[in-house]
Write a protein that binds this ligand. Structure first.
Ligand code: BGC
Length: 515
């Protein structure tokens, strides 16, 4: 089929290949690029807070005791920034996002994925205004909570949106646009911090926090242009609109097969929800495989230790003796590596597959974490700094670590949970993934500086142990989902996996599955 594609998937029974007609249209990419802006909002927030909390002007205004401690000459290197309230500034956003993700699952089902993203941008704009104009700590925290609600809504809706509009054979690549934007957001935030802190030492933090309004405005305007997903339209009884959308995003009128499959999924999902809620259904035995995988992917993603780097790289680099601007610059370097390496994953994910990327990255991350831990243990003592040679070695190793995360656990932590649930439990199941991400992001954000203060260099060995555990998990328990149409996961993947298939032994008619 010239310029078109055939979805290739081995379906239950073996050998058989299912084909949906269509092209990869510019419109599907446009919708993908706009929806992914949600990731830009999230990434900007991840990247901005570490730099802001290292700015003197910000500390003097909101955390004078931390400022005083930071400048005490003989302060323990590992404990300079250990302050629960300062950590609350970073982590409050994730707590709000955690709560919001459950509401977001309902919104996604009732209002649709597109509207939920639009709402996310509105909360984000409000939160940005409060943070940038904050006159006191309370205003700042309320602003962070609004941003958190925006992140909770956006992170729920955007990955689902991307997975649902994508043709199966490029679903990985299209979905990873979200993570690409996360990394771009983090990088932009690092650059903004670098310039605002040097150009406006006392008020730079206001510009940094205000910058979050840009991606939010882009998402708001963009959400007026993009379509709703065909699945969400059909799910809400708008089959004709679903067909029209499918024709537009596939660039052909010949979408009957795909539409039928979506409609079957929706009918089965509707029949099931008439019987019981998605929450109850998620408690059933046959729902366990995708639920365990989705939650584990997100928990493990956080236990790679990535956010210790993303939030606190500037702080960490200051711990190693870089001056304030030098440390922001180092954060820009790690931010750049993060973006470029995510591109690798866009190219590789639908060719090499999810499992291989994850396993390769575990090896690379393990080596880098252990080496950073060893250097810190030997050369970064409580007082004094390690010297330029070792500080540079640590920055290089952190880049090695970040690159492997960026082509594996970063994007796949979002992709895999968004593609493994059957429609009947998709939005609710995915909300457990999002909230697990937020919960563990919160815990790491809240605990890292205290952990570093107490565990010192051992903090890196702690994360290295987790990496061994997650490699074993992927090796034995994670099935490959590359190229499988999203509504065929149960029969093609779960029922055929050596371990997870036992959860379907009593499933009878398999209704949870291929809706
Ligand atoms: C994670 C974030 C992390 C970011 C780094 C995302 O996938 O969910 O917690 O900060 O990747 O690129």
């Amino acid at each position: 089929m010239a310029g078109g594609f055939a979805v290739e998937a081995k379906v239950a029974g073996g050998g058989e290949r299912r084909e949906f007609k269509g092209k990869i249209t510019w419109y599907v990419w446009l919708c993908g690029i706009i929806a992914a802006t949600s990731g830009l909002m999230f990434g900007y927030d991840v990247g901005i807070s570490g730099g802001v909390t290292a700015m003197d002007g910000f500390l003097i205004k909101f955390f004078p005791s931390v400022y005083a401690r930071k400048h005490r000459a003989r302060e323990n290197n590992y404990c300079k920034f250990d302050d629960q309230r300062l950590q609350l500034f970073t982590s409050s956003l994730y707590l709000a996002a955690l709560a919001a993700s459950f509401a977001a699952s309902r919104l996604c089902t009732r209002l649709g994925r597109r509207r939920t993203m639009q709402l996310a941008s509105v909360f984000f704009l409000g939160g940005t205004a409060l943070c940038a104009g904050a006159a006191n700590l309370a205003m700042l925290i309320v602003g962070r909570i609004c941003l958190g609600v925006g992140v909770g809504f956006g992170n729920q809706a955007a990955p689902l949106f991307l997975s649902e509009i994508a043709p199966a054979h490029i679903r990985g690549a299209l979905n990873i646009l979200f993570q690409l934007d996360v990394t771009i957001g983090i990088l932009i935030a690092n650059v903004v911090n670098y310039f605002t802190s040097s150009a406006h030492p006392s008020t730079g933090w206001r510009y940094s926090l205000g910058g979050a309004g840009v991606p939010a405005a882009v998402l708001f305007l963009g959400s007026l242009v993009i379509t709703e997903t065909p699945t969400s339209l059909v799910e809400r009884g708008r089959r004709d609109a679903g067909r029209a959308t499918l024709e537009r995003i596939r660039g052909t009128r010949d979408v009957g097969d795909e539409l039928d499959e979506i409609a079957r999924a929706c009918e089965a999902a509707a029949a099931l929800s008439a019987e019981e809620s998605a929450y109850r259904r998620l408690r059933r035995r046959e729902s366990r495989p995708p639920l365990v995988i989705a939650v584990a992917m997100q928990v493990f993603q956080q236990f790679t230790g990535i956010n210790a780097i993303m939030f606190y790289a500037p702080v960490l680099f200051q711990t190693m003796g870089f001056k304030s601007n030098g440390s922001l610059l180092s954060a820009v370097v790690t931010g750049g590596v993060n973006v470029v390496s995510t591109l690798v994953s866009i190219v590789a994910v639908d060719k090499i597959g999810r499992r291989r990327l994850l396993l390769q990255a575990c090896g690379q991350m393990l080596i880098a974490q252990t080496a950073v831990g060893a250097i810190m243990w030997e050369h970064v003592k409580a007082n004094g700094n390690p010297g330029e040679k070792w500080a540079v070695a640590i920055v290089v190793l952190i880049c090695v670590y970040v690159s492997s995360f960026a082509w594996s656990w970063g994007p796949l932590g979002w992709l895999i949970p968004s593609e493994t649930f059957p429609l009947a439990t998709r939005t609710t199941g995915f909300s457990f993934a999002v909230s697990s991400n937020m919960l563990f992001t919160f815990l790491i954000a809240q605990a890292f500086l205290s952990m570093m203060c107490r565990m010192k260099a051992f903090i890196f060995f702690f994360f290295a142990i987790w990496i061994v555990i997650m490699a074993a998990f992927v090796f034995w328990l994670l099935p490959e989902t590359k190229g499988v149409p999203i509504d065929e996961m149960v029969d093609t993947v779960w029922r055929r996996h050596w371990f997870w298939k036992r959860f379907f032994a009593d499933a009878g008619d398999g209704r949870i599955g291929n809706c």
